[in-house]
Ligand binder design. Structure first.
Ligand code: NAD
Length: 266
């Protein structure tokens, strides 16, 4: 049986770790040819090598999503390697550093320089990815699929304020852009995960307390389980696949029911 994204050419950003690495492995397992792009070229190469070792077709590119020329070059690398582009998955994202020993930094404690860096990666990085992909789709005379990693923090008040604002921007970009490019056959969607144990925000997925951390994360969700990076990658892959051919402008929570509400009464 063909895979869910059989033969599609995909660029996946933030591919050196966490959700991006899980996505490269899953897309390849389902038949895609993938450019694994990350600002950390060595980690991107490690991801691509893991995908190839599992029988997939993947190449690594060092890419800074906050630099439009670097994003354009990454799309060009996909076309050079695989002849076309069908999918861009704008997944790279960062957050404001925590206050040492205290945790989450409040809005008034945020440094303007760091705020600009986070905005540049989380908002402009997604915008540059969309621009580069749309230009390539137009040159091919084809449609295409764009998916981005937003967050439940873009749908509700959840954790860091500045970070949530950047993800809210991705949520709204997804809706507005979906309308703008619908008549070109381009679909634009996003996934909105709840907390996952990755290298994000200085967390350590290899921590000795891993099981306890995951249990704690799971308790916050109606379904009672922590979100795995593969859960998010799977939702993104579905949105890129032909099974989602009539789905656009959607911000899909991957959150164990968190944004749906909470149980009250008995
Ligand atoms: N982990 C969570 O709790 C969580 C929750 C909701 C949403 N998210 C989002 O999921 C996405 C993936 O995060 P993750 O949890 O896998 O974190 P991660 O830190 O494990 O992976 C992020 C990757 O992005 C790369 N990256 C950072 N800046 C970049 C840049 N300028 N250009 C290219 N690559 C860059 C990093 O090198 C890293 O490999 C992010 O958009 C994040 O905001 C994470």
């Amino acid at each position: 049986m063909d895979g869910l994204v059989q033969g599609k050419v995909a660029v996946i950003t933030g591919a050196g770790s966490g959700v991006g690495r899980a996505a490269v492995l899953l897309f390849c397992e389902h038949g895609a040819r993938v450019i694994a792009a990350d600002i950390d070229g060595a980690n991107a190469e490690e991801t691509a090598a893991m995908a190839r070792a599992a029988g997939g077709e993947a190449r690594a590119v060092a890419c800074n999503v906050a630099d439009p020329a670097s994003v354009d070059a990454t799309v060009a690398a996909a076309v050079e390697a695989f002849g076309r582009l069908d999918v861009i998955y704008n997944n790279a994202g960062i957050t404001i550093s925590p206050v040492p020993g205290k945790g989450l930094r409040s809005l008034v404690e945020c440094d303007p320089e760091e705020m600009k860096r986070v905005e540049d990666v989380n908002i402009n990085g997604v915008i540059y990815g969309c621009q580069a992909a749309i230009r390539q789709f137009a040159m091919q005379g084809s449609g295409g699929a764009i998916v981005s990693t937003a967050s439940v923090a873009g749908l509700m008040g959840y954790g860091g304020v500045l970070y949530g604002a950047t993800k809210g921007a991705v949520v709204q970009l997804t809706r507005a852009l979906a309308i703008e490019v619908a008549d070109q056959g381009i679909r634009v969607n996003a996934v909105c995960p709840a907390g996952m144990l990755t290298h994000y925000a200085g967390m350590n997925p290899d921590s000795e307390q891993r099981d306890a951390i995951l249990q704690g994360m799971g308790r916050a969700h109606p379904l009672g389980k922590a979100i795995d990076p593969r859960d998010t990658a799977a939702a993104a892959m579905f949105l890129c696949s032909d099974l989602a051919a009539n789905i656009t402008g959607v911000n899909l929570p991957v959150d164990g029911g968190l944004v749906a509400g909470r149980k009250v009464g008995r």
